[in-house]
Design a protein around this ligand. Sequence first.
Ligand code: NAD
Ligand code: LMR
Length: 303
Amino acid sequence: RPPTSQMEEVAILKGSDCRAKGAAPGFKVAVLGASGGIGQPLSLLMKMNPLVSVLHLYDVVNTPGVTADISHMNTGAVVRGFLGQSQLESALTGMDLVIIPAGIPRKPGMTRDDLFNINAGIVRTLCEGIAKCCPNAIVNVISNPVNSTVPIAAEVFKKAGTYDPKRLLGVTTLDVVRANTFVGEVLGLDPRDVNVPVVGGHAGVTILPLLSQVNPPCSFTSEEISYLTSRIQNGGTEVVEAKAGAGSATLSMAYAAAKFADACLRGLRGDAGIVECSYIACQVTLVTLAHFLTKLTLPKQWF
Ligand code: NAD
Ligand code: LMR
């Protein structure tokens, strides 16, 4: 059927730029690295989030295709694509929340630290853009090694004079998601009803599931504690090895990142009592660390 005027009213497609009339009020969100293994499903999930009114998809490759594809979903968010460094500033201007899954993933035999040299440079460039174009945005850093990319982002923002430690959040939700799943399996509970706080960092033994603070309250044998701690700490490696060179966790990560981003948006909206685990700047009593994965209450972070 040829396009009718009514259809034209609903969507005006110009290249990769789709403006849906009557888009719902909400927040402006950018995904940097939107064409990647995490970026694509994460962008899809953000397009489904009713709190998102504008969704900017930025990458150095393939954003026209990803954007055209996602823009056909009949949800409220207006989707725009941005390709390459020359369009980074346009992608970032006016954003409320910026999510960063840009960077290379691990292959079997690598540690997350082996990604540092390449990913640190990527995160630095993207954060320089954020400091310039949307200095008040909440920033969710997914790129590994999170234990180092978050401090790098902090240094970029400090240098630019825009640093607000409460707005810079390392995304470690996947550790909680995994912990909930594995604990649910051991206890025979629906994983949706389980909440395991995970603190520390996002690499190997720095991932510390607090199995004594699981909700609903429960107890474990020492064998269960040993099994669960090891499985949660090595969840990323389990996926890297199963993918056998084709990358690391993407789908569960997109789910986790979308869940965390939704909590951030609800926090921005002013909802009370949202508690999440995230890798943020803080001071720990025994050892002074610049950053630590901890539980935080989101609206209190910002207002
Ligand atoms: P991927 O290679 O599939 O995708 C990465 C994307 O980043 C690609 O589309 C690439 O073009 C893009 N990119 C590269 N340089 C860029 C730049 N300068 N600007 C914008 N985009 C750029 O990788 P992936 O599987 O999506 O993983 C991405 C990152 O997320 C990795 O570093 C991985 O280790 C990390 N990760 C973190 C967690 C976590 O829990 N925080 C979980 C899984 C993966
Ligand atoms: C994960 O935990 O799955 C990510 O950090 C990716 C990785 O390299 O393990």
